[in-house]
Ligand binder design. Structure first.
Ligand code: PHE
Length: 342
């Protein structure tokens, strides 16, 4: 029986080496560890072993059983763990992992981009100037007399500076007109988008910091009719072909004659509603023929050249384009709003 047990040990050890998966492990169990298995058979035969050999034979049988059992338990645990980990790895019931959310272009920038595309197609090029200006570029050169009440039209943020007392945040992009006219010779055909600042009470309709897009065209024999044509074709592209327009006489120190342009209300089609304050019209821009004094200030001869200028509020255009009815929403950056205009 000793030799049989030696053979059995060799067989168990060989079988152990051959076990590669759960199926072969279960076969191993059936072969050695069940009631009718190989080891149990030896236990039953122990009865017939002579008394003096019983302890050593019994010991060897126990050792073989422990060998098989321990191996089985250990390997089973490791297979179970591996299966569990695998299931966790591909748990199809888990919600999908979101990819990193994509940002999008802000509605204000979308409006700016669209305006720029439309004007570029008409032959305008983009010019820029500084946000921090001095009185000369923002007012003086634009024909605002020092004590002219028109300076009060725009409540200005002044900047405290040791070098000068006339530093300010530009109140309109018209300051860039001066910079462009001083640095280029006519013909000039530029648009000037940018941020502007006014000491205004923030409300649903106005902000203290907003964007404008200014246009300037200087050449020989430029007429008011061209100004009208340019603004109307821009606005029709921006708002759709069915809109109606009206030019109302107005006043700006740097243009003469001056006008403000209204578009028929997009919401009520001119019938009158809350958005257009029951007038049927919405103001979209200020414009006019560049004042001769402004041309002179920039060393352009008003006898030889004439030109027009216009200025839009980009936030205003954005509200009209999107139907958003409170300008402040544009600056809250609430993704629930922004996601609607991706
Ligand atoms: N600068 C003016 C404003 O801010 C708009 C304007 C621009 C008017 C150009 C006429 C010509 O209100």
């Amino acid at each position: 029986m000793y030799s049989e047990l030696t053979l059995l040990r060799a067989e168990i050890e060989r079988d152990i080496a051959l076990i590669t998966d759960e199926d072969s492990l279960e076969q191993f169990k059936l072969k050695y560890l069940v009631k009718k298995g190989a080891i149990q058979g030896f236990i039953e035969r122990l009865r017939d072993v002579p008394k003096e050999h019983k302890p050593s034979v019994g010991k060897e049988i126990n050792a073989l059983r422990s060998l098989a059992e321990n191996f089985y338990d250990e390997r089973k645990t490791s297979y179970d763990e591996r299966r569990k980990a695998h299931v966790e790895l591909i748990d199809v019931s888990l919600p999908g992992r979101r990819c990193t959310p994509l940002g999008s272009i802000h509605p204000i920038q979308q409006t700016l981009d669209r305006c720029i595309t439309i004007f570029e197609r008409m032959g305008f090029s983009v010019a820029e100037g500084p946000d921090v200006e001095n009185d000369y570029y923002n007012f003086g050169a634009l024909n605002f007399a020092p004590d002219h009440p028109a300076r009060d039209m725009q409540d200005t943020f002044f900047v405290r500076s040791e070098k000068a007392d006339d530093i300010l945040l530009r109140t309109h992009t018209s300051s860039v007109q001066i910079r462009v006219m001083k640095s280029q010779k006519p013909p000039i055909r530029s648009i000037m988008p940018g941020r502007v600042y006014r000491n205004e009470t923030v409300s649903a309709r106005s902000l203290a910091e907003f964007h404008q897009l200014e246009g300037l065209y200087i050449d020989r024999n430029v007429t008011f009719a061209e100004l009208k044509g340019t603004i109307i074709s821009f606005a029709k592209e921006m708002y759709g072909g069915n809109s109606k327009f009206r030019f109302r006489p107005s006043y700006f120190p740097f243009t003469e004659p001056s006008a403000e342009v209204d578009i028929s209300c997009y919401l009520c089609n001119g019938k009158g509603c809350r958005i257009c304050k029951y007038s049927g019209w919405l103001e979209i821009c200020g414009c006019g023929m560049v004042h001769p004094n402004v041309l002179k200030n920039c060393d352009i001869d008003p006898e030889e050249f004439s030109g027009y200028a216009f200025g839009f509020g980009i936030e205003r255009v954005t509200l009209l384009r999107t139907g958003i009815d409170d300008i402040r929403l544009l600056y809250e950056n609430d993704v629930r709003l922004l996601n609607q205009f991706r």
